[in-house]
Every structure is written in C-alpha cells, then in structure tokens.
Design a protein around this ligand. Structure first.
Ligand SMILES: Nc1ncnc2c1ncn2[C@@H]1O[C@H](COP(=O)(O)OP(=O)(O)OP(=O)(O)O)[C@@H](O)[C@H]1O
Ligand SMILES: [Mg+2]
Length: 249
C-alpha cells in the first residue's frame, strides 16, 4: 500500500472514529438527590447529584467536617443515606441486602480509607492480596499480584513485613496497593496522598490515573492537595446543597 492509499484508508475510518467519540460513555457511578444527616441531629448535605463515567477521575474538595468521608462511605455502601439513590454499574445500592451489598463492594469497589485500616495480623502481602483472593479463590496468584502492586507503590520486597513496622506514608501506599489489586470498577480514595512527600505522591497519583484511565474504572478522590486536583478530570466542591463547581482562586 502506498502513502496515498494509506491516507485514503485513514480518511475512510475517520467518520467511524468520530461516531464513537460522540457516543455517551456509560456512567459507572450514578448518584441522585443524595441526602445525609448525622446524630445531633445535623444535616450534612442534601440534593447531591453525581455521575462518574468509566475512565473518569473526579476530585472532591471541601472544608474539614463538611462530609467528604461520609460521602465516600455512602458510595461504598458502608453507610446508609437518608434520601436519594446510588447506583454502581447499574445496580441500585438501596435495593440490595447486606450480603449482596458486601459482595458488590468486594467485587466492584476499591477503597483507600483515610485511616488506612491495614490489618495488623496479616503480612503486608496478605493485606494487599486480600481483595483479589476473596474474588478469585486463588491465594497464590493473588499474592503474586500483590507483590507487583507493592513494587508499583515503591514497597517492593516488603511484603513479608507487618503494619507495625511501617511509617504513615508507607501504610498509605499499602492501602493504595490493596485498593487497586483487583482492578475494581469504582475506586474511592480518601486523601490518598495526605501522608506522602511530593515525589511519592506523584508516583501514586500516576498509578491511580492509570487504574482509572487504562482499565476504565471510575475514580472519586477526596483531597486537599493541588497535585491531586490537577490530575483529575473534574474538581467538585462539597457543600450543604451538594456539589458546586470548584473555584481554585
Ligand atoms: N456516625 C456519626 N455520628 C455523629 N457524627 C458524625 C458521624 N459520622 C460523621 N459525623 C460528623 O459529620 C461531619 C462530617 O464528617 P466527615 O468525616 O465526613 O468530614 P470530612 O469532610 O471528611 O472532614 P475531614 O476533611 O476533616 O476528613 C463531622 O462533623 C463528623 O463528626
Ligand atoms: Mg475525611
């Protein structure tokens, strides 16, 4: 084929590519009219709407105490909303019983908790392998992938250690490896770089962005960091009436 033919071929597929670009990307996460109050009683937020597509990373910012961690817990089905609906890959969380909700969380969600929650009686490798071992029933393969994930977060060769031997930043990286190991459809992260130096934070953010964009996950990341917000596709500010566009100025 000469160059001219190649160009003609390219022109022939261009409308097809344009057509696919125009097709809507299905949302993995859909939230409608969500409301949550906490004992006090105090309303944290109401009327919150959000849709996050496959391959999209959304950063959530907001003042301390506004309800960001509470919102992530709701999205993961770890807490119940007072009003509204949350759907993950088309499944309404509110329609599931505890067992089904736990199964969906295990199979579809990766969660980096603000307080890490690394289990102290398991090795770091076992901690990271756990989400994958639970869905695959192949502990050996899960531990092999866990080692690769530890390597990716800069903790290669540390898999036999325990949480008690790690610094806060190292624990945070183990938590991140564990959240991504089973390639979840929805990744929720609560200030995932809060304890990391700028260089390590950049590496971890690249890992997040890859998990979202290369593997077509949806990502929601609570953050106070400009670097985190900069890598996101959208930055939303949480307030009492739901999300408002974030004005960095
Ligand atoms: N189960 C609960 N009982 C009583 N109050 C609660 C409960 N859960 C959350 N809260 C309150 O709701 C508010 C929001 O908490 P949340 O942890 O979601 O805030 P946040 O935006 O994540 O803050 P930070 O940036 O400091 O992490 C806080 O005032 C908290 O004390
Ligand atoms: Mg919080």
């Amino acid at each position: 084929m000469n160059t001219h033919d190649g160009l003609k071929g390219h022109l022939a597929v261009a409308p097809v590519i344009r057509h696919f670009r125009c097709m809507p990307v299905p949302s993995i996460l859909q939230v409608h009219a969500l409301g949550k109050s906490v004992p006090g009683p105090r309303r944290l937020f109401q009327g919150l709407d959000l849709a996050v597509a496959a391959g999209e990373l959304v950063a959530v910012v907001g003042e301390s105490g506004v309800g960001k961690s509470t919102l992530l817990n709701l999205l993961a089905g770890l807490d119940l909303a007072d009003e509204g609906h949350i759907a993950i890959a088309g499944t309404d969380l509110g329609a599931l019983d505890d067992i089904a909700r736990t199964r969906l969380r295990r199979e579809r969600i990766g969660f980096v908790f603000q307080a890490f929650h690394i289990l102290p009686y398991l090795t770091l490798r076992q901690n990271v392998a756990l989400p994958l071992a639970l869905v695959s029933n192949d502990a050996a393969a899960a531990e092999t992938r866990a080692e690769a994930m530890l390597d990716a977060v800069g903790l290669g060769g540390r898999g036999a250690g325990y949480a008690r031997d790690l610094s806060g930043g190292e624990l945070q990286r183990v938590a991140i490896a564990r959240a991504l190991v089973h390639r979840p459809a929805l990744i929720l992260a609560d200030e995932p770089t809060g304890n990391l130096d700028p260089g390590t934070a950049a590496k971890v953010l690249a890992l997040f962005a890859d998990a979202v964009r290369k593997h077509g996950a949806a990502g929601v990341m609570v953050t106070h960091s400009d670097a985190c917000a900069a890598i996101a596709d959208r930055v939303l500010r949480l307030g009492p009436d739901g999300f408002v566009p974030h004005d960095p100025g």
